[in-house]
Design a protein around this ligand. Structure first.
Ligand SMILES: [Zn+2]
Length: 348
């Protein structure tokens, strides 16, 4: 009998959220279909956190034919993903409320980050985007499974704090499971803000009012996102390899869109007592398919060998052919050696 490992394969299903969003085909449909073929070949299931704030923006712009078309394409794709047996949950990026439409290319520009955090928008806006997001996803999934529960959430850009801003909506919509915490990391900027440095060093834990404080019998369950230590030597080798690989194959995601938002980092919030890893400057990184190269493959295998739980957070928009090939190899290794549990409902 092979030992069991819990492997959560999760995706943030979204366009680029900066200067240029990229297209539905390049960022969502094509890479998702490619990676799903690999995941299913190994008998695994995935979780998709859908950026419903994008869909709500399209809905508001139905007078533009291309927006209506993109809305229908994405809604159908979500239904198809659900029909293949994967989970569908919301993922909100409230700064879509201030997005500009680029009519020449049918793309979007999201440079105003005042509303990046759910915490920074009004109660009316919170209610509007949360309630309508749940409704949209239920619409997609109801065609496949009318009793499907949209009962999990992941915050955009990890901005789930303070949790009190979300609490009424979690209760109202019966959200029980959260996937927003990247334990150990922090980032303080004028757009993104999160501090998970004091989060429980546990894979799965219960909480009530503070997402980084474990509370036994709390009404919500957190699935901590996994991170890995990459030694400097491997990082360096990887940089060299990727540079060469991109040059030879042109297999990269840079041209699909521009996600970089010019954010102001607030160093004053980093006190001498600050613990944990600065997400922008650390030897630790999240575990993600788009960060898995042939150079790092060994580190990922080592991680699985020594841990019982491995929570991937990946983005279809960033996946290259190389990443998907590496993930295929990884899952082959993993499923030969272990019995893989990829259904989060069986982990609680
Ligand atoms: Zn996101």
């Amino acid at each position: 009998m092979k030992p069991t490992k819990q492997v959560l394969i999760t995706f943030d299903y979204e366009l680029f959220l900066g200067n240029r969003s990229g297209s539905v085909a390049d960022c969502l449909i094509n890479p998702t279909n490619q990676v799903l073929d690999v995941i299913e070949q190994h008998g695994c299931r995935a979780i998709f956190f859908v950026d419903t704030t994008y869909l709500l923006t399209l809905k508001k712009n139905f007078k533009i034919a291309a927006c209506k078309q993109d809305f229908e394409t994405v809604m159908d794709h979500i239904t198809e993903i659900a029909s293949r047996g994967h989970e569908i949950f919301p993922h909100l990026h409230p700064h879509w409320l201030d997005a500009n439409y680029l009519s020449d290319t049918n793309e979007w520009q999201l440079i105003n980050t005042d509303k990046y955090r759910f915490y920074h928008i009004s109660e009316a806006e919170r209610s509007e985007i949360f309630d309508q997001s749940i409704e949209l996803l239920q619409q997609c999934v109801a065609k496949i499974n009318p009793s499907y529960l949209v009962d999990s959430y992941r915050a955009g850009g990890w901005c789930i704090q303070p949790f009190n801003a979300f609490l009424p909506y979690f209760i109202k919509h019966n959200i029980k499971f959260d996937f927003s915490v990247l334990g150990g990391f922090y980032l303080f900027s004028n757009a993104q803000y999160f501090d998970f440095s004091k989060a429980p060093q546990k894979t799965i834990y219960q909480f009530e009012n503070d997402i980084t404080t474990e509370q036994n019998n709390g009404r919500f369950t957190e699935f901590n996102i996994s991170s890995i230590y990459i030694p400097q030597s491997i990082k360096l080798l990887e940089k060299l390899f990727m540079k060469l690989y991109y040059k030879i194959t042109n297999d990269h995601s840079f041209s699909r869109g521009e996600g970089q938002i010019a954010v102001k980092i607030d160093k004053s919030l980093v006190t001498p007592q600050q613990q944990g890893h600065d997400i922008l400057d650390s030897a630790w990184e999240r575990i993600a398919i788009e960060l898995m190269s042939t150079i790092k493959q060994g580190e990922y295998k080592k991680y699985l060998n020594t841990n019982e739980y491995m929570h991937f957070i990946s983005h279809p928009k960033m996946l290259t052919r190389h990443n998907i090939k590496m993930f295929d190899k990884f899952l082959k290794f993993a499923s030969e050696k272990f019995n893989l549990e990829t259904d989060f409902r069986k982990m609680v």
